[in-house]
Design a protein around this ligand. Structure first.
Ligand SMILES: Nc1ncnc2c1ncn2[C@@H]1O[C@H](COP(=O)(O)OP(=O)(O)OP(=O)(O)O)[C@@H](O)[C@H]1O
Length: 268
């Protein structure tokens, strides 16, 4: 007898909706992110990408629908279980979001030093520093040169690398990237994308990235989706982003003014 094997996706989202008053930001979103893959969400400003990310992170409660991680609906977990799930996640923010008053190595080891780790063994400062050094090497920085510097002594590209080192320091099962290449020149953007890809592959993590940068989306992503006015209007392979004949994706990825996406162009 042939038995079909149904693999549980790492993240399964079903019929997710979220409104703020009459602003229907997410409308009936359903998507799966398979374990060990990278999923890129694209979409214009205000299309709901950050709200979607916040819902998956459990930082915002949707009005309806479900989000399962490893088959468990995160909104049915106790607060302790939800905290444990959050500890399996890493995040690289748009502006790297480093703590100015902490040194580079303390930023990288932040979760180990200061995170909520009630059920995990305590990590000594020397072990945390050793972990931070390993992570800095992974993102191509020389720990001997940068570990004791402060964020404002680093270039934007170096800050992104430190942010990435922090995101992967606790070996997260899921990593979120919010506009990872914003503010970088195209070459440094490509370097950071390649680093993201290799770190995610090395850890075997599952990744979700939101971005406006099509080159970045194609370098980081296996799968992709486009949000438009709160609806997931296209899903496919990231490498198809520039070639699909979906009129919304085509207009967006080619930066065209003409097409189904209506753009406010009024100049005061
Ligand atoms: N806490 C909130 N309260 C009320 N409205 C909100 C809140 N958070 C987001 N919104 C609204 O939800 C909509 C989508 O916002 P969101 O930040 O998800 O867009 P985005 O796609 O990430 O945009 P961008 O690419 O510009 O960052 C916007 O209209 C925004 O004003």
């Amino acid at each position: 007898m042939t038995q079909s094997v149904c693999k549980t996706p790492k993240i399964r989202i079903r019929n997710l909706s979220k409104s703020f008053g009459s602003n229907h930001v997410l409308r009936n979103i359903s998507m799966d992110v398979e374990t060990g893959t990278s999923f890129v969400v694209i979409g214009g400003s205000g299309s709901g990408k950050s709200v979607l990310l916040r819902c998956i992170l459990g930082l915002m409660t949707p009005d309806s629908g479900s989000i399962e991680i490893d088959g468990q609906n995160i909104f049915e977990l106790s607060s302790t279980q939800r905290t444990q799930k959050l500890q399996q996640m890493g995040m690289l923010f748009q502006n790297a979001a480093l703590f100015d008053s902490l040194s580079v190595w303390e930023n990288v080891a932040f979760a180990l030093l200061y995170g909520y780790r009630k059920h995990l063994p305590k990590v000594s400062r020397s072990d945390a520093r050793a972990t931070a050094y390993r992570m800095l090497e992974l993102v191509g920085l020389d720990p001997e040169l940068v570990a004791d510097l402060y964020p404002d002594e680093l270039s934007g590209g170096m800050q992104k690398r430190v942010g990435l080192a922090r995101a992967i320091a606790s070996k997260p099962e899921i990593i979120f990237f919010d506009e990872p290449t914003t503010g970088l020149d195209p070459i440094m953007g490509a370097v950071i994308d390649d680093l993201i890809k290799s770190c995610v592959d090395k850890l075997g993590s599952t990744a979700i990235a939101i971005t406006h940068d099509m080159a970045s989306a194609q370098r980081i992503g296996d799968d992709a989706a486009m949000l438009y006015q709160g609806e997931l209007i296209w899903k496919g392979k990231a490498k198809e982003l520039l070639t699909t004949d979906n009129p919304y994706v085509h207009q967006f990825t080619h930066g065209l003014r003409q097409g189904p996406i209506k753009v406010e162009t009024k100049v005061e």
